[in-house]
Write a protein that binds this ligand. Structure first.
Ligand SMILES: CC(C)(COP(=O)(O)OP(=O)(O)OC[C@H]1O[C@@H](n2cnc3c(N)ncnc32)[C@H](O)[C@@H]1OP(=O)(O)O)[C@@H](O)C(=O)NCCC(=O)NCCS
Length: 192
Protein backbone atom coordinates (compact mmCIF):
# COMPACT_ATOMS: atom_id res chain seq x y z
CA UNK A 1 0.00 0.00 0.00
CA UNK A 2 1.52 3.34 -1.02
CA UNK A 3 2.00 6.34 1.24
CA UNK A 4 -0.33 8.35 -0.99
CA UNK A 5 -2.98 5.68 -0.60
CA UNK A 6 -2.60 5.76 3.19
CA UNK A 7 -2.91 9.53 3.23
CA UNK A 8 -5.98 9.31 1.01
CA UNK A 9 -7.59 6.83 3.39
CA UNK A 10 -6.77 9.01 6.40
CA UNK A 11 -8.23 12.07 4.76
CA UNK A 12 -11.52 10.42 3.96
CA UNK A 13 -13.99 11.81 6.46
CA UNK A 14 -17.42 10.47 5.66
CA UNK A 15 -20.40 12.50 6.85
CA UNK A 16 -23.81 11.60 5.44
CA UNK A 17 -23.16 11.41 1.69
CA UNK A 18 -20.49 14.12 1.59
CA UNK A 19 -16.90 13.48 2.51
CA UNK A 20 -13.43 14.73 1.73
CA UNK A 21 -11.01 12.68 -0.33
CA UNK A 22 -7.58 14.16 -0.95
CA UNK A 23 -8.95 17.57 -0.03
CA UNK A 24 -11.79 17.59 -2.54
CA UNK A 25 -15.40 17.71 -1.48
CA UNK A 26 -17.19 14.75 -2.96
CA UNK A 27 -20.96 14.34 -2.90
CA UNK A 28 -22.99 11.30 -3.84
CA UNK A 29 -26.43 12.15 -5.22
CA UNK A 30 -29.10 10.86 -7.60
CA UNK A 31 -28.35 11.10 -11.32
CA UNK A 32 -30.27 13.79 -13.23
CA UNK A 33 -30.88 14.37 -16.95
CA UNK A 34 -28.19 17.06 -16.88
CA UNK A 35 -25.57 14.41 -15.95
CA UNK A 36 -26.17 12.12 -18.93
CA UNK A 37 -23.34 13.33 -21.20
CA UNK A 38 -20.84 13.48 -18.34
CA UNK A 39 -21.76 9.93 -17.28
CA UNK A 40 -21.30 8.69 -20.86
CA UNK A 41 -17.84 10.31 -21.09
CA UNK A 42 -16.75 9.02 -17.72
CA UNK A 43 -17.94 5.48 -18.46
CA UNK A 44 -16.40 5.45 -21.95
CA UNK A 45 -13.00 6.41 -20.55
CA UNK A 46 -13.12 4.14 -17.50
CA UNK A 47 -13.97 1.06 -19.60
CA UNK A 48 -12.21 2.23 -22.76
CA UNK A 49 -15.30 0.93 -24.53
CA UNK A 50 -18.71 2.06 -25.79
CA UNK A 51 -20.63 -1.08 -24.71
CA UNK A 52 -21.26 0.04 -21.12
CA UNK A 53 -22.41 3.48 -22.32
CA UNK A 54 -24.99 1.78 -24.55
CA UNK A 55 -26.06 -0.47 -21.70
CA UNK A 56 -26.66 2.50 -19.40
CA UNK A 57 -28.72 4.24 -22.11
CA UNK A 58 -30.88 1.18 -22.70
CA UNK A 59 -31.48 0.50 -19.01
CA UNK A 60 -32.34 4.14 -18.40
CA UNK A 61 -34.87 4.09 -21.24
CA UNK A 62 -36.35 0.71 -20.36
CA UNK A 63 -36.61 0.86 -16.61
CA UNK A 64 -37.87 3.71 -14.48
CA UNK A 65 -37.04 2.01 -11.23
CA UNK A 66 -33.25 1.92 -11.53
CA UNK A 67 -31.10 3.37 -8.76
CA UNK A 68 -28.62 5.66 -10.52
CA UNK A 69 -26.18 7.76 -8.51
CA UNK A 70 -23.30 10.04 -9.34
CA UNK A 71 -20.32 11.19 -7.33
CA UNK A 72 -19.63 14.88 -7.84
CA UNK A 73 -16.64 17.05 -7.06
CA UNK A 74 -17.08 20.79 -7.43
CA UNK A 75 -19.93 20.37 -9.89
CA UNK A 76 -18.12 17.75 -11.98
CA UNK A 77 -19.33 14.16 -12.26
CA UNK A 78 -16.44 11.90 -11.23
CA UNK A 79 -18.24 8.62 -10.63
CA UNK A 80 -21.42 6.77 -11.54
CA UNK A 81 -23.22 3.61 -10.44
CA UNK A 82 -26.34 1.93 -11.76
CA UNK A 83 -28.57 -0.69 -10.15
CA UNK A 84 -31.30 -2.16 -12.38
CA UNK A 85 -34.22 -4.37 -11.37
CA UNK A 86 -34.02 -8.12 -11.86
CA UNK A 87 -35.67 -11.18 -10.44
CA UNK A 88 -35.29 -14.91 -10.06
CA UNK A 89 -36.66 -17.54 -12.41
CA UNK A 90 -39.47 -19.40 -10.59
CA UNK A 91 -39.68 -16.57 -7.99
CA UNK A 92 -40.88 -13.49 -9.92
CA UNK A 93 -41.91 -11.74 -6.70
CA UNK A 94 -38.32 -11.66 -5.48
CA UNK A 95 -37.07 -8.10 -5.88
CA UNK A 96 -33.43 -8.06 -6.90
CA UNK A 97 -31.17 -5.37 -8.27
CA UNK A 98 -28.19 -5.90 -10.55
CA UNK A 99 -25.22 -3.66 -9.74
CA UNK A 100 -23.71 -2.70 -13.12
CA UNK A 101 -22.03 -0.82 -14.47
CA UNK A 102 -20.05 1.45 -12.21
CA UNK A 103 -17.16 3.70 -13.08
CA UNK A 104 -14.91 6.27 -11.46
CA UNK A 105 -12.87 8.85 -13.34
CA UNK A 106 -9.53 7.23 -14.26
CA UNK A 107 -7.46 9.84 -12.44
CA UNK A 108 -9.53 9.65 -9.25
CA UNK A 109 -9.66 5.90 -8.69
CA UNK A 110 -8.41 4.30 -5.43
CA UNK A 111 -9.66 7.17 -3.28
CA UNK A 112 -12.83 5.57 -1.99
CA UNK A 113 -15.22 7.12 -4.52
CA UNK A 114 -16.30 3.72 -5.88
CA UNK A 115 -16.88 2.40 -2.36
CA UNK A 116 -18.98 5.45 -1.46
CA UNK A 117 -21.13 4.89 -4.56
CA UNK A 118 -21.63 1.21 -3.76
CA UNK A 119 -22.58 1.92 -0.13
CA UNK A 120 -24.97 4.75 -1.04
CA UNK A 121 -26.54 2.61 -3.76
CA UNK A 122 -27.08 -0.33 -1.42
CA UNK A 123 -28.72 2.00 1.06
CA UNK A 124 -31.11 3.28 -1.64
CA UNK A 125 -31.93 -0.29 -2.70
CA UNK A 126 -32.69 -1.20 0.89
CA UNK A 127 -34.98 1.83 1.30
CA UNK A 128 -36.91 0.67 -1.77
CA UNK A 129 -37.49 -2.76 -0.26
CA UNK A 130 -35.08 -4.58 -2.56
CA UNK A 131 -34.33 -7.99 -1.08
CA UNK A 132 -30.92 -8.70 -2.58
CA UNK A 133 -28.35 -7.28 -4.99
CA UNK A 134 -26.26 -9.32 -7.43
CA UNK A 135 -23.06 -8.31 -9.16
CA UNK A 136 -20.81 -9.90 -11.75
CA UNK A 137 -17.45 -8.42 -10.93
CA UNK A 138 -14.04 -8.79 -9.45
CA UNK A 139 -14.04 -11.13 -6.43
CA UNK A 140 -11.34 -9.00 -4.78
CA UNK A 141 -13.51 -5.89 -4.74
CA UNK A 142 -17.14 -6.61 -3.85
CA UNK A 143 -16.75 -8.85 -0.75
CA UNK A 144 -15.76 -5.72 1.24
CA UNK A 145 -19.41 -4.66 0.98
CA UNK A 146 -20.67 -8.05 2.14
CA UNK A 147 -21.13 -9.74 -1.24
CA UNK A 148 -20.53 -13.50 -1.26
CA UNK A 149 -20.59 -16.02 -4.13
CA UNK A 150 -24.21 -16.42 -5.24
CA UNK A 151 -23.57 -20.12 -5.78
CA UNK A 152 -23.71 -20.51 -1.99
CA UNK A 153 -27.42 -19.74 -2.25
CA UNK A 154 -27.87 -21.92 -5.34
CA UNK A 155 -28.35 -18.76 -7.44
CA UNK A 156 -26.85 -18.75 -10.91
CA UNK A 157 -25.71 -16.18 -13.44
CA UNK A 158 -27.33 -16.46 -16.90
CA UNK A 159 -23.86 -16.62 -18.49
CA UNK A 160 -20.97 -19.01 -17.90
CA UNK A 161 -18.73 -17.12 -15.45
CA UNK A 162 -16.20 -17.99 -12.76
CA UNK A 163 -18.07 -19.08 -9.64
CA UNK A 164 -16.51 -16.45 -7.36
CA UNK A 165 -17.19 -13.59 -9.84
CA UNK A 166 -20.97 -13.81 -9.53
CA UNK A 167 -21.87 -12.46 -6.09
CA UNK A 168 -24.94 -11.70 -4.04
CA UNK A 169 -25.72 -9.57 -1.03
CA UNK A 170 -28.94 -10.13 0.90
CA UNK A 171 -30.43 -6.82 2.04
CA UNK A 172 -32.97 -8.58 4.20
CA UNK A 173 -31.98 -11.69 6.10
CA UNK A 174 -33.11 -14.89 4.44
CA UNK A 175 -34.43 -13.04 1.37
CA UNK A 176 -33.24 -15.68 -1.07
CA UNK A 177 -33.08 -18.65 1.26
CA UNK A 178 -34.16 -21.79 -0.58
CA UNK A 179 -34.88 -19.78 -3.74
CA UNK A 180 -32.48 -21.42 -6.12
CA UNK A 181 -32.24 -20.74 -9.84
CA UNK A 182 -31.08 -18.26 -12.40
CA UNK A 183 -31.20 -14.48 -12.13
CA UNK A 184 -33.30 -12.87 -14.87
CA UNK A 185 -31.42 -9.77 -16.03
CA UNK A 186 -32.80 -7.11 -18.33
CA UNK A 187 -32.26 -8.29 -21.97
CA UNK A 188 -29.91 -5.32 -22.60
CA UNK A 189 -27.22 -7.18 -20.64
CA UNK A 190 -27.19 -10.04 -23.15
CA UNK A 191 -26.09 -7.55 -25.83
CA UNK A 192 -22.95 -6.52 -23.95
C1 LIG B 1 -13.96 -0.44 -10.14
C2 LIG B 1 -13.95 1.05 -9.84
C3 LIG B 1 -15.33 1.63 -10.08
C4 LIG B 1 -13.55 1.24 -8.38
O1 LIG B 1 -13.61 2.62 -8.07
P1 LIG B 1 -12.59 3.26 -7.03
O2 LIG B 1 -13.08 4.61 -6.71
O3 LIG B 1 -11.21 3.14 -7.55
O4 LIG B 1 -12.79 2.27 -5.81
P2 LIG B 1 -12.35 2.48 -4.32
O5 LIG B 1 -11.34 3.57 -4.22
O6 LIG B 1 -13.55 2.56 -3.49
O7 LIG B 1 -11.69 1.10 -4.01
C5 LIG B 1 -10.43 0.82 -4.52
C6 LIG B 1 -10.15 -0.62 -4.27
O8 LIG B 1 -10.77 -1.39 -5.28
C7 LIG B 1 -9.82 -2.24 -5.87
N1 LIG B 1 -10.20 -2.37 -7.25
C8 LIG B 1 -10.54 -1.42 -8.11
N2 LIG B 1 -10.82 -1.96 -9.30
C9 LIG B 1 -10.68 -3.28 -9.16
C10 LIG B 1 -10.82 -4.37 -10.03
N3 LIG B 1 -11.21 -4.23 -11.31
N4 LIG B 1 -10.59 -5.58 -9.55
C11 LIG B 1 -10.22 -5.75 -8.28
N5 LIG B 1 -10.06 -4.78 -7.40
C12 LIG B 1 -10.29 -3.54 -7.86
C13 LIG B 1 -8.52 -1.53 -5.68
O9 LIG B 1 -7.45 -2.42 -5.72
C14 LIG B 1 -8.69 -0.93 -4.30
O10 LIG B 1 -8.45 -1.91 -3.33
P3 LIG B 1 -7.81 -1.52 -1.92
O11 LIG B 1 -8.73 -0.50 -1.31
O12 LIG B 1 -7.81 -2.82 -1.18
O13 LIG B 1 -6.47 -0.99 -2.25
C15 LIG B 1 -12.93 1.82 -10.73
O14 LIG B 1 -11.68 1.20 -10.56
C16 LIG B 1 -13.28 1.83 -12.20
O15 LIG B 1 -13.97 2.74 -12.67
N6 LIG B 1 -12.78 0.85 -12.96
C17 LIG B 1 -13.03 0.79 -14.40
C18 LIG B 1 -14.43 0.34 -14.68
C19 LIG B 1 -14.78 -0.96 -13.99
O16 LIG B 1 -14.02 -1.94 -14.05
N7 LIG B 1 -15.96 -1.01 -13.32
C20 LIG B 1 -16.36 -2.16 -12.51
C21 LIG B 1 -17.04 -3.18 -13.30
S1 LIG B 1 -18.74 -2.77 -13.59
Amino acid sequence: MTLLHNISRTLQRRRNTTWHALGYDTTVRAETAADIDAIANLTRHAFNNEAEVKLITKLRQAQDDCVALVAEQHGKVVGHILFSPATLEHYPDTRLMVLAPMAVSNVLQHQGIGSALVRAGLEQCKKRGIQAVVVLGHPAYYPRFGFVPASGYGIRCPWPVADEAFMLLELTDGAVREKTGQVLYHPAFAEL
